[in-house]
Design a protein. Structure first.
Lengths: 226, 692
């Protein structure tokens, strides 16, 4: 079952049972924070589990953004709000989408280019039609203080794999892995013969802070995003 | 791909590894964070690779915006060396190229070219040759191009171990002169030329199924420039010149010429017709053109090349006289040799008398020999060209990784299979040294794949290849020793067949008189040595017939002299009984035959000079000769030796026997490489450079 799931999701014809499985899990999940995935040969990706993600300038205070960038931005410059399949951008300071300044809020579509302040440019992508998760790509060279090559706004699932439909593209991987929520946990499964922290876990398992997921041709570590 | 260190491990105090970035030719590269939070790239140089650290040390303090900065070199508890360097977050040119399979927009090509050339020119200005420019080593971050792996390239000795010779790495970007081990800044110009070609067209100028094939193309084939827009063709053609002397004079010059070509400035350069293949007219993609009007461009007709074709195609050889004429025009030393020969020939012809031997002949022949050697050397230098600024010596090289991890174009399966192979082999010695890694239940095991090119017919004595002095000396010594053994064995055979040779007085004399036997053995050894020594010392440097003869003939004369001297000393009284005295009885004032039937010194000299001069003896000693022992070669030599006494009288059948015996001994004692193994011996040549 584990092997088939990612493929089915990719092809867009997930069976009802699989859908129910995931949706049921999602309903019970209490979103918690963000993780950085340190992926060999790929990079560092921030996966935000919350439905509301704020992006802003550098700050260490209580009111800091979820993803603070080293950029000349307000402390909380914009907020992404996910409701169902939709993403709405709430602009708290000068922001434009597709070259047009945003008044207060704006619906986002796949491929939208955002400009925050004078120089920060991001691209909003929903790479997979079978998952509501979105990805933020850094177009300008502004990054968080700690390494990040991209941000995933994860709704129910997050796909990691070689093709362009994955949220995190890992060109050298043989097949896709699926991150999903169930029973309040972040879990992983895939058709590869997986090891979690060195334990053979062909069925996948729960990801927590510090988990190292590996298979013959892939490896990544999960870490709480500071 | 597996890496030796797990995330969060701290092999170097002060740095924590967060993830692996990639594996290069030297070892693994990790993304690390210093205790302070500074991000760095950590390059592990595993100690079994014997990295030349001096090369990196001297680059440690170089600063240039277009070079990846080196911070430190550290050694961990395991004894492995690490290079701590700037982490460049941007994509490598390799990645960018894989996203543009048909080439980059020309404005971007210009951007990359300018950045790379400025960084590399800075290195050249400081006397450093990068030696390993390739797309995987060049990055772009925040619009700044950065060249990496400075000082990391190294020499290797050509290794016979096939596991070390199969991988394809930087071969695609390797200049032809690397094969000869001598090179300078022109090397980087060539590599950059290949990259320029690839950036514009998305294709490699020299691609192939095996390392040997690609190397052969670097050495012999012209790039197909029809894939490039017209104005830049001469620029790329000049950067990809085989002869470093004729190449674009520097990387900055290359960038300038390219910019000039984009702006439509005239580039007064001609492209040889041979650079183009059979063509069909196509229109190039409009966006690719600098000017908005599409220019018609000639493009290679896309006919599939049958894979079974032999991969190597040695260039057509010009005729001897044509080549000789060319040599005369271009090699002044050869002219000097000829003039000196004429000057010495005059007193030889007029002085006569055996008493003049020592004062006239010896200095003349030794002068000739020196000039000949000089001619050979000049010739070789001109061919190999390229001055080496870097004197670091060669070391064994780890297998190279595939050029791209992404599947950009088809037909690289070999490389990838290869990579897997060497990965697993490598794992064997790096495995689990420090990391409790999950052990897969049943790990796929890849047997070493031999990706070497088919043993092509093209490998012969004239094939250019690199032989280290150690190998050369070893082969020479064994050949010289074996020559002695075989000479004795061969002469003993006469004794074994004594009964059948009852009618041959020479055989009877050899069997009955130890002096005669020793004389025959000694002559054979001497003759074989005179062939083997120069042949071995110059093996792998190509044809060069003229220079070889200039060197070889004095050796032949010396052999003739020794033979004459020996038979005088041994009082052998070798007499010719035939009445026919030959067409020539004198050479100038020198008697070639004497009235009593003995052969005077001039006869010996002339006989051996002609015997050695009439055949390409060096091919018989070359390890790439057609067969280990070719009966036809022996027969041909014997036939020559048999015909010579028609010119002037000489002891027969001694002469014929010497000819045949020397030929047999030379072939039996010289090492021989089986045709199937030749590719492997040619391959390591141009692989003298490594990369990470």
């Amino acid at each position: 079952m584990a092997t088939a799931l990612s493929d089915m999701l990719l092809e867009g014809n997930a069976t009802m049972s699989a859908e129910e499985d995931l949706l049921g899990a999602t309903a019970m999940f209490t979103p918690a924070g963000s993780y950085t995935l340190w992926i060999d040969q790929v990079g560092a990706f921030v996966v935000c589990l919350a439905d509301m993600v704020a992006i802003g300038g550098p700050s260490t205070g209580v009111n800091a953004a979820d993803v603070p960038l080293l950029a000349n931005l307000s402390r909380r410059h914009i907020t992404f709000l996910r409701s169902g399949e939709r993403y709405v951008l709430h602009a708290h300071a000068a922001t434009s989408v597709g070259g047009r300044p945003v008044n207060e809020k704006c619906d986002l579509a796949d491929g939208a280019e955002l400009q925050l302040g004078a120089s920060v440019r991001l691209r909003f992508r929903i790479p997979s039609v079978v998952s509501g998760s979105a990805r933020l790509e850094f177009l300008s060279d502004h990054r968080p203080a700690s390494a990040a090559d991209g941000v995933v706004l994860m709704s129910d699932t997050c796909l990691m794999g070689p093709s362009a439909e994955n949220h995190i593209r890992c060109p050298a991987w043989p097949s896709s892995l699926l991150l999903f929520r169930r029973d309040g946990n972040l879990r992983v499964k895939g058709r590869e013969d997986l090891f979690l922290d060195g334990r053979h876990s062909p069925e996948g398992g729960i990801l927590v802070e510090g988990t190292i997921v590996s298979a013959t041709d892939l490896r990544f570590r999960v870490e709480r995003f500071a | 791909m597996k890496f030796a260190y797990a995330p969060e491990s701290t092999p170097l105090p002060g740095y924590k590894i967060k993830r692996a970035i990639d594996r290069g030719g030297f070892g693994e590269v990790y993304y690390g964070i210093a205790d302070s939070g500074k991000e760095v790239a950590l390059k592990l140089l595993q100690h079994n690779q014997q990295i030349e650290l001096r090369g990196i040390r001297q680059c440690l303090n170089l600063k240039h915006p277009n070079l990846v900065a080196l911070f430190d070199i550290r050694t961990d508890a395991e004894g492995d060396d690490w290079v701590v360097m700037e982490y460049v977050a941007g994509p490598s040119l390799d990645t960018v190229l894989s996203e543009h399979p048909n080439g980059l927009p020309l404005s971007e090509v210009e951007h990359w070219l300018r950045g790379i050339s400025e960084g590399v020119a800075y290195l050249h200005d400081r006397g450093i040759v990068h030696r390993d420019l390739k797309p995987g080593n060049v990055f772009s971050e925040n619009g700044i191009v950065k060249v990496g792996d400075v000082g990391l390239s190294k020499f290797i000795t050509p290794s016979r171990r096939s596991a070390q010779t199969e991988s394809v790495g930087t071969v695609y970007y390797m200049a032809p002169e690397v094969a000869r081990g001598k090179y300078g800044c022109e090397l980087d110009v060539y590599s950059l030329g290949v990259m320029l070609y690839e950036m514009i067209s998305g294709k490699l100028p020299f691609d192939g199924e095996s390392v040997a094939e690609i190397l052969m193309k670097h050495l012999t084939e012209h790039p197909d420039l029809s894939r490039l827009p017209g104005p830049v063709r001469p620029v790329v053609a000049r950067a990809l010149e085989k002869d470093p002397q004729r190449r674009t004079t520097g990387v900055l010059q290359l960038a300038r010429e390219f910019q000039g070509a984009l702006r439509g400035e005239a580039v007064a350069l001609e492209i040889p017709e041979s650079h183009f293949v059979d063509v069909v007219r196509l229109e190039i993609d409009q966006s690719r053109d600098v000017r908005s009007t599409p220019i018609p461009v000639v493009v290679r007709s896309e006919t599939p090349v049958p894979r079974s074709q032999p991969v190597t195609r040695p260039p057509a050889k010009p005729g001897f006289w044509k080549q000789f004429g060319h040599e005369l025009k271009t090699n002044p030393v050869l002219i000097v040799a000829i003039v000196v020969t004429c000057i010495f020939l005059f007193p030889m012809l007029t002085l006569g008398s055996a008493k003049g031997v020592v004062p006239v002949w010896i200095p003349s022949f030794s002068t000739w020999f020196v000039i000949g050697a000089l001619a050979f050397w000049v010739n070789r230098k001109r061919r190999l060209a390229g001055q080496s600024r870097d004197r670091s010596r060669t070391r064994p090289q780890p297998p190279l990784p595939p050029r791209r991890s992404l599947n950009r174009t088809g037909g690289r399966d070999i490389d990838r299979a290869d990579d897997k192979t060497h990965y697993f082999e490598r794992r064997a010695d790096t495995v689990d040294r420090r990391v409790p890694e999950p052990v897969p239940v049943e790990r796929e095991r890849v047997e070493p794949v031999s990706a070497k090119g088919k043993p092509a017919k093209g490998y012969g004595p004239e094939t250019l290849r690199f032989l280290s002095w150690r190998d050369r000396t070893r082969e020479l010594c064994s050949a010289l020793t074996l020559a002695v053994v075989w000479s004795i064995v061969l002469t003993s055979l006469i004794g074994a067949f004594q009964e059948y040779l009852a009618d041959v007085p020479m055989a009877q004399r050899i069997v009955s008189d130890s002096n005669h036997a020793a004389f025959f053995i000694f002559t054979t050894i001497l003759g074989a040595w005179a062939v083997i020594v120069p042949a071995k010392l110059t093996e792998g440097h190509g044809e060069q017939s003229q220079a070889r003869w200039v060197v070889g003939l004095p050796m032949a004369a010396a052999v003739g002299f020794c033979v004459w001297w020996l038979q005088e000393k041994l009082l052998l009284q070798l007499k010719v009984d035939s009445v026919f005295r030959g067409f020539f009885e004198h050479f100038g004032k020198w008697d070639l035959t004497s009235k009593d039937g003995t052969t005077p010194i001039a006869g010996y000299l002339a006989y051996f000079v002609l015997l050695f001069g009439m055949r390409k003896w060096w091919t018989q000693a070359d390890s790439f000769r057609l067969r280990r022992l070719s009966i036809w070669t022996v027969a041909g030599t014997a036939a020559f030796a048999w015909l010579l006494p028609f010119l002037f009288r000489f002891n027969q059948p001694w002469g014929v026997c010497w000819g045949a015996a020397i030929s047999v001994v030379v072939q039996l004692s010289s090492p021989w490489t089986r045709p199937a193994d030749r590719a492997a011996r040619v391959e390591p040549v141009a692989k003298t450079i490594v990369v990470a």
